[in-house]
Design a protein around this ligand. Sequence first.
Ligand SMILES: [Zn+2]
Length: 246
Amino acid sequence: MEEAHQYSSNHKKELQNDYRCGCFYCEKIFSPVEITEWIEDSLGTALCPSCGIDSVIGEYSGFRITPMFLNAMYKYWFVPEYSNAEQIEVDDEVFDFREIRTEQDIDDLMTIYHGFHDSVIAAVSYRSGYAVGSDRSVDQYGNHNVSVIFHSQWDPRLVELCFENVRKIYINGLRENYMNIIDDATLCFCDITIGDEIMGEMTKHGILWADYSDFDISDLDQSAAEYDMTFILADSLKWRIIEDDN
Ligand SMILES: [Zn+2]
């Protein structure tokens, strides 16, 4: 609780690159883009868009922002008789992000989530990393990240994939007579060509997720058009289970 509190001030830069934050005074959960008022202390501290109190904490803190967590924080910081950290337990373990670094990491995710079989993409959220500051200058606050929430008919039901430094994303939108249920997804390491003729091209290691298998990985644009598929190409990937019914 003490550790978490330090993340609720001087956090403007981190919060603006975050996906989700919450207020541990009024216990509302919201997107950082809803924050409009900041205390201009050394690095900027958010005021809650709902209650106006400076008790906003984001997921960059490493704590998962859930109603349970916010309630535990509220009791610890605002209700005197609860101010004993040992009495409040926050079950965070199951929600930790796991990095995909090796083929074994890919196999583990594909095994745990059944190869994305019988799952759907429920939500996609994109952060470019850029923002226009109050002085109207463009600044880069963070990475180009895409977070994708999957729902599965199996367990675990909800999983989040967070792609870091996204190079290319192609989302297949609404189609008639099609449920968007994934049968067989692809998750593999691949080479990404970056740069251009003027700057010079170079190849780097990346990771590819696609809601289809058995396509030509060397020509993603053509494959996406040909097979009506969704894909995301990024420098790296981390993932976590959001909800496990077990
Ligand atoms: Zn609030």
